[in-house]
Design a protein around this ligand. Structure first.
Ligand code: M6R
Length: 611
């Protein structure tokens, strides 16, 4: 959620910190700060708002020219307003240390009361400041920063990735982690610390991932890792998967637009080696879970990944008949779990770090369920928790609004459903699978047809950008597409948009319809086509403006629509992947006309690492 960067070496630390923070800005961005070390002194600079404010603040500071050690943070507020005083780094009464933190300290009130009794003064409303005082207090007794951090973590309940510097600990930065990602980037005569790879990928492609409850001493030449009982950790150095180029906008105005445009290649990439031709079986070599005795599937995810899961339910049930439920992780974790050893749980997450989904996965593992993880981050916590991993390899997604990762998740679910069906001896559906595979193979070129002919979508976006409310309707396999289209629009344009099953319109929402509330209908040739058309008629009869997104339309029906976007012909089964592209573009251009911060919408973060 928030982002952490640390540096110790020979470069000006400020350059590494600000560069790293700029690559983490997509994770959280309501305030930022750095602490720089120089000659047994620590200077802290913080600014509310975007990173640019911090850059302005530090640009003429003397210490920036000389300091070669520092820590930085970009914040997404959990405790306290996004003010300068609540921004990280935090410090203690005597200002002898600086600390940055991701996560939530659950027992911070109890700890704070104890520390108040010891004479600590608090200036912020954050849980992090409590940890700063706690470590400082321990340090006065043990005079060893690593030990002070280790002892503090034994008292902390909750999630943390911590990065700490002390005035008296000249050559080191201490880091610790539990239930929040943290890695140490390895350089030559320099080392890096980050909560996520993009922060350090410009400098190194090698890193050590800390495990939960570990603490580490990072100097410019060494990394010492300890478990909570002081035994040594034997973490390996791993290769990082990203290329620096993937963090550039490549000439597009926003990352979101670039990522929407990458979707043809994203599909080609995920199909590569897995689906070669309509005649051949799908190959998923990484799936080692024994699927023979699976009697039920539960898909667990949040947000856009949840919507991909809803499409997955249609696809899996249609092709295999295996009962499949889709659960929003945040709801699932507080319910009685019915998963057992014959349940396959599919955890879907772009980031692989979504706290609710991680908790849900840990819970179902305890029930004996097998867990398949579908994620864009094979290096993530979730990927490490699963019994098998389906890495969707969409390339890093920087824009907060998920687009290409959604596309890749859909494809992963299609491939997985086909894989299950082709290996199921009870039903012979060769002909049906062949047709589906044929349609999937055509997706990249059809996506590109939409992307190359988007002028009409841009015009329609302009026309509708002044409306305050929208309803998106669809039925069947495209009902999740309606939910996803509405989510895209609301998160980047702040327009009130609701996704609704078209057949449910007359059971309530139709009361709201008049010419001030456009209805966007998703139509595709198939079993529900005529039904959705009837629902469009109902909306039209209430003077609602109708936008149709359809794979073809008879002339006689065209006239009920105020605006119609025709996509390439595609089977209903595979069509969510094409309709999604249109809805992403609509949301993008409407938000653009409204002058919104498309890549970093207010109040959101790319990776939601708190429950
Ligand atoms: O990383 P995840 O896929 O687990 O994230 C889940 C949601 O937070 C995410 O999809 C969110 O809804 C996006 N902002 C959607 O664009």
């Amino acid at each position: 959620m928030c982002g952490i960067v640390g540096y110790i070496g020979e470069k000006p630390a400020i350059d590494v910190l600000l560069n790293g923070l700029s690559h983490l800005e997509y994770r959280g961005y309501d305030s930022a700060g750095v602490a720089l070390y120089e000659n047994s002194d620590i200077e802290i600079y913080k600014a509310s708002g975007k990173l640019i404010n911090l850059k302005e603040l530090v640009k003429d500071k003397e210490i920036c020219k000389t300091s070669k050690k520092g820590i930085g943070h970009i914040r997404w507020a959990t405790h306290g307003l996004p003010t300068t005083v609540n921004a990280h780094p935090h410090t203690c009464n005597c200002k002898s240390l600086a600390i940055v933190h991701n996560g939530i300290i659950e027992n911070f009130q109890e700890l704070k009361e104890e520390l108040l009794k010891l004479g600590c003064n608090f200036v912020s409303e954050t849980d992090t400041e409590v940890v700063a005082h706690l470590i400082a207090h321990k340090y006065t007794k043990c005079k060893d920063l690593l030990e002070a951090v280790r002892l503090s973590t034994l008292e902390i309940k909750g999630a943390y990735a911590l990065c700490v510097m002390h005035k008296n600990a000249e050559d080191e930065i201490i880091v610790a982690k539990r239930n929040a990602p943290l890695l140490i980037g390895i350089g030559e005569g320099e080392n890096f610390i980050a909560s996520d790879i993009p922060a350090i990928i410009d400098y190194t492609k090698k890193a050590i991932y800390l495990n939960d409850n570990q603490v580490a001493r990072v100097t410019k030449d060494t990394v010492e890792i300890y478990n909570s009982d002081k035994s040594q950790g034997n973490n390996k150095v791993e290769n990082l998967p990203f290329e620096p180029i993937s963090l550039s906008k490549m000439g597009y105005k926003h990352y979101m637009l670039k990522e929407i445009h990458e979707q043809g290649d994203v599909v080609r990439n995920i199909l590569s080696g897995r689906l070669i031709s309509a005649e051949e079986d799908v190959k998923l070599d990484n799936i080692t879970i024994d699927l023979k005795n699976i009697s039920r599937i539960q898909i667990i995810a949040c947000g856009t990944s949840y919507h991909a899961g809803l499409v997955g339910k249609y696809v899996i049930e249609d092709l295999t008949g295996i009962p499949t439920d889709v659960e929003a992780s945040s709801e699932y974790i507080y319910r009685n779990k019915t998963a057992n050893k014959n349940t396959l749980v599919i955890g879907i997450s772009q980031s692989g770090e979504t706290a609710d989904t991680i908790t849900a996965i840990k819970q179902v593992k305890e029930k004996g369920a097998k867990v398949l993880i579908i994620t864009n981050r094979p290096d993530s916590t979730m990927a490490r928790l699963g019994d098998s991993l389906f890495s969707i390899d969409a390339g890093i997604e920087v824009s907060v609004a998920a687009t290409k990762s959604y596309m890749a998740q859909l494809l992963a679910l299609y491939l997985f459903a086909i894989y299950l069906a082709q290996n199921n001896p009870r039903v012979d559906m060769k002909a049906k699978l062949k047709e589906i595979k044929h349609d999937i193979l055509q997706l990249p070129s059809k996506i590109e047809i939409i992307l190359n002919n988007k002028d009409e979508i841009i015009e329609i976006s302009k026309k509708y950008s002044g409306f305050k409310d929208f309803i998106f309707i669809a039925r069947g396999i495209n009902y999740p597409t309606a939910l996803e289209g509405a989510l895209k629009l609301k998160e980047i344009s702040y327009i009130n948009a609701t996704g609704y099953p078209a057949g449910e319109l007359k059971h309530g929402p139709i009361a709201m319809l008049d010419d001030s509330m456009p209805v966007l209908a998703i139509l595709n040739d198939g079993i529900v086509y005529d039904k959705v058309l009837s629902n469009c008629q109902e909306a039209r009869a209430r003077q609602a403006r109708l936008i149709g997104v359809a794979s073809g339309m008879d002339d006689k029906n065209k006239e009920i629509f105020n605006d119609l976007i025709i996509i390439p012909k595609i089977s209903d089964f595979v069509s969510p992947a094409l309709h999604a592209v249109v809805l992403q573009l609509l949301a993008y251009y409407i938000a653009g006309y409204l002058g919104k911060d498309v890549d970093q919408p207010r109040n959101l973060a790319k990776s939601v690492t708190v429950e």
